[in-house]
Structure formats: C-alpha cells, structure tokens
Ligand binder design. Sequence first.
Ligand code: PRT
Ligand code: ZN
Length: 210
Amino acid sequence: MKNLKIAIQKSGRLNEKSVQLLKNCGLDFENYKSSLITTVNNFNLEILFLRDDDIPGYVAQGIADLGIVGENVIDESQEKVTYLQRLGFGRCTLKIGIPKDSTIQQLQDLQGKAIATTYPNILQEFLAEHNLSAEIRQISGSVEIAPGLGLSDAICDIVSTGGTLKSNGLKPFADVRRSEAILIGREELTENPILCELLQRVQSVLRAKE
Ligand code: PRT
Ligand code: ZN
C-alpha cells in the first residue's frame, strides 16, 4: 500500500510533542536532524519536517496527506483541511493586548485604533464579528514591542502564560480564539486504512493520558 505522508513542525513549540505522540503510537523512525523527510520503519508513513505555517497549505494541496499544526495557523491560512483529532497540546489563546495604562476599556474603544499582529485574517474576522473597523498593522514578529514603539495602540498575538505581555508593559484585554494542536488531513482520505489505523493508535494514546 502507498505510504501516507504526515507533516509536522521541524522545530519549535509543537515539534517535540508531535514526535513524542508518533513514537507513543509505536512508530519507529529517526528524528529530524538534517533530512526533511524520514520514513517510518514499521508503518506505511513518511514524516515531513516543515515550518508550521506551510503545513495547512501542503495538506490542502495534497503534497502531504496529514499534518499536526495549531488551530491558529490553520485558521489564519484559510486553507481547506479536515480536522481529524484534537491533540490537547500546544494550548494557547490568541488575545488582544493593550498597554497597561491604555484608555481602551471596552471592545468599542478599538474602533479606529491600530492593532499590530501576525494574524491579520483572524483579527479581521474578529473585528467584523464585532462590527468594528480598526487598522490592522501586519508585522512578521516581535509584535509585543509595537505599542511601545508607537506603531500601534494594541496587539493581537498568542498568549500562554502572559509573561511576554507583562514584560513589555502590556495586559490582556480580550480573547480572540483558543487554540491547540490538531491532526488535520485531506478530506478524500478519511476512509484510508493506514489513516484509520493511525487514528486509532492516536486516540488510544490520548485516552491513556486522560
Ligand atoms: O518556525 P515555525 O514557523 O515552524 O514556528 P513558529 O515560530 O511560527 O511557531 P512556534 O514554534 O513559536 O509555535 C508553534 C505553535 O505553538 C503556535 O502556532 C501555537 O499554536 C502554539 N503555541 C502555544 C504558541 C505558544 N503557546 C506561545 N506562547 N505559539 C507562540 N507562543 C509565543 C507568542 O507568540 C508570544 O510571543 O510565546 C509568546 C507568549 O508566551 P507567554 O507564555 O509569555 O504568554
Ligand atoms: Zn510559524
């Protein structure tokens, strides 16, 4: 039977837990060192190691069959992929943060303000849901320093402990969406026997953790 391909994060916050999950499923493979693709020795699966941002697109285009990636990245990508299983790790919340001494007090106060983010699509949707229009300043990283530099009145970024907000003189203001790691796949694949076997193993690993 033809191998399936699963894309996981090459390095970063989801890498270790994604690798651990696959190993706990009994899969025997070499972890990523310099090769971006590895074959599982005892299962019909190949593992691709990618930047997380590329994973939804690879799956949607069928370059990979499956992927493990944060919901925030899936939503922002606007790619069409199927959710197969919530994985319970990589939990975080995309939040609006404002300077500690900001005059912003309620959502309506965001009207006409500038908000810096690396998540322009999700932020735009959130603003539209609340009938707000604000200026979205898309930047590619270090979003938390934007208000201090006078670039924006607020930010929209991932928060987990809140430590980064605090150490940059910001405070959480509103939750935009929660996120956790998700096993995604191509829609046509749901009946595939290799996927069914993998999914059963993943679910029994998750159950054993409960
Ligand atoms: O290189 P690549 O593009 O693959 O990785 P990346 O740098 O884009 O992502 P990475 O590895 O930082 O995060 C991968 C995924 O982990 C994210 O897409 C989220 O789904 C999830 N996740 C969970 C987080 C966090 N927690 C998190 N705390 N992603 C980012 N952060 C950052 C956040 O951006 C902020 O700068 O951590 C900082 C805030 O953390 P606290 O604890 O100070 O609040
Ligand atoms: Zn990324």
